[in-house]
Design a protein around this ligand. Sequence first.
Ligand code: ZN
Length: 268
Amino acid sequence: MKSHILAQLTFGPWRDDADEEWENSVEHTLVWFLGHLLRCSQIIGDPVYGIIEGVVQAQVRLPHLDALDAHHMSSCGRADLEKLECLLGCRMEIRLLASGCGVQDQTDWKQATWLVLYGASLQGLAPVRDQNLACIPSYLLPMDELQKEKLFFWACDEDCHSRLWFSSGSLEKETYVAMADPRSALNVRARELAAMVEKATGKPTYTYLFRHYSLPGDSELTRPCPLCGGAWKVEEAVEFRCEPCRLTSSSAADLGEEELARIGTWQG
Ligand SMILES: [Zn+2]
């Protein structure tokens, strides 16, 4: 929690004498602006906004102190901010509410050995990480806004699956299969997006295969790559990595569910 950077964005005074068209335009533009920030990982998690003491404000969580610098803004984000500032007659002001004293230095994707499309991990984090699993916010990656949106919406989809599986409700098994089977639509899409990131960055880009249920004994750690059947155990931040398949994963510890443990294993 000490690494959280919380910030308050102040946009300008709410006009009580304004007509409904102005009110709708301010709210619509603010929502779109915050959406642009979210899709480029300039903010993480859902923002909260409203009128506080007569002023339009939003509270957001930032991945890094420079995340809202103008040069990180997408063209659409800049256009919506300009429209908002025009409607409210003020420049946006940013005030830190929590300094994020434990936040680590910005990870430079150019120094990465390889990248991995990891997912949001129930915390709204940026979907791309380096070989040490350090998050790389999408606004730093050399891709256009549409490509960053594709990453964001895949991460949202993955996050929805995680939440449904985690809640152990009626879709528990279906969501586990979607996350743990490398041939599921969710994971096939992940590999397409990883290829997009690899093309844009020139860095080998993997996907991460979720795993929870363990095979018995040593067979969990000696299981082959589920896509090609090759050896893929490594001594890295990830426990398994297959270079030709661009697939990483970890070992599971939950024993006693043999049928579920076979999901995501090599079938020959
Ligand atoms: Zn493989």
